[in-house]
Design a protein around this ligand. Sequence first.
Ligand SMILES: NC(=O)c1ccc[n+]([C@@H]2O[C@H](COP(=O)([O-])OP(=O)(O)OC[C@H]3O[C@@H](n4cnc5c(N)ncnc54)[C@H](OP(=O)(O)O)[C@@H]3O)[C@@H](O)[C@H]2O)c1
Length: 252
Amino acid sequence: MRVAIITGGSSGIGQSAAVQLAQRGTGVILTFQGNEAGALDTVATIEKGGGRAVALPLDVGRSETFPAFRDSVVAALRDTWQRDSFDFLVNNAGAGHMALFEDTTEADFDRLSRVLLKGPFFLTQTLLPLMVDGGAVVNTTSSSSRSLGLEPGYSVYGAMKGGLVVLTRYMAKEFSKRGIRVNSVSPGVTRTRIGDNAFERFPDLIPGIAAETALGRIGEPDDVGMAIAMLLSEESRWITAQDIEVSGGYGL
Ligand SMILES: NC(=O)c1ccc[n+]([C@@H]2O[C@H](COP(=O)([O-])OP(=O)(O)OC[C@H]3O[C@@H](n4cnc5c(N)ncnc54)[C@H](OP(=O)(O)O)[C@@H]3O)[C@@H](O)[C@H]2O)c1
């Protein structure tokens, strides 16, 4: 059985990717930060469908904890799948933060850069020796890194996601010697718990965004989770170094 590691699997896009991959026969190690109940829900959904999943705590903003996380991964692989390697990594965990440029503090900047860029970089570096040759990585970027998704208040978030787009290409180049593909998905506005559950708190925002979207609605977690599963599948074996917009045609 193939095994995927998905960061931020306790809700939203990562939860969907975990379930979608499990439905395609992949074992899943998913991570959570604060929402353990959400992570256990993901595990329960996967097990109900006949799949196997393990939930582990991880703060992607604290790279000094990554070696201990790798040890937990090694134990989970051994105990649950009798393996010493895994196949796929999804660097998905992330949180939004809105502040206009002139209001952004150095602490905001440092926190976002640790979670959105430094975390994926060093987590991948830490886990790469455990990944099989011929494996695949998907990073979750954001349409906020593109001209059409640009909104005031997201300069640091969007810049870090833009950095992750570029990092995706460098990873694809360097990991290609081991046959490892690296791509990213760039979600448009997607109904998740992002922004302290902003879509539940501000439902009035949704119709305007839907009207700007060619396919006429906002995204749902499965819209993006399925795209992640597709990029990890054999059908995508000749795709690498790409940032795929998954937005239903936002701004078309
Ligand atoms: N929703 C959108 O409109 C949208 C658009 C573009 C890109 N994205 C990106 O999509 C990814 C997934 O977000 P989502 O929309 O699915 O939001 P979500 O429902 O809030 O899920 C975020 C996930 O990331 C985890 N997480 C947050 N900060 C973390 C940290 N420091 N360390 C470890 N895990 C952390 C959360 O864990 P806990 O809840 O357990 O703490 C949760 O599992 C993020 O990278 C986000 O930037 C989202």
